[in-house]
Design a protein. Sequence first.
Length: 197
Amino acid sequence: MTIQYCNDVSAAAWIVQANIPWTQLVGFGPPDFPAYARLRFIPDPTKPGQKEADVNIAYDHPTDMEQTQRALDHLRGFTATPEDCYFCVWEGHSDVHFRLSVLDGPMVTIPNRRYFLFHGSLTDLGSSNEIYEGGAAYADLSPAFAWPADHSWCLASDVDPHWAGIGAEQAAIDTLLNAPELDVVPAQPTEPQPTYH
């Protein structure tokens, strides 16, 4: 099975209808999870005005998507619907060419962002070759939102921050915090988060 485009975007209603500040929504997803964390793709800035380009990371540092998939692998154990998941992909990726059948369909719309909605298993996330023109799979294209049908957790990854926000039960967050291959820290969505300039 591969990821499939959704002509019906109603599964994303809990995101579209969330009554929270925009930065909180795109940073952490819908509200009211028991616990939250940030998956840091690169370390937080260490000085005011620091730019992402100033961060020295190893040549073999995992991509954002590789880190996202690792986090989702852990979150798989905290949903009853791992084969029934949704993924929003931001329309603004200039290097991605979606098939016309996708471009002509409905989109998930929130202030300042629009997304294509896809459906599939967590294990299908890297095999989305039926979505893109020419059949190319964009393995490094992290979803802006990922969640299972039972809404047991949500991963949100906006285009600007150097991290993804995750809302889930405390046990799921604890699992991520203790995963040695991930850089995850606790977070409070209502508080300001570290940013690069």
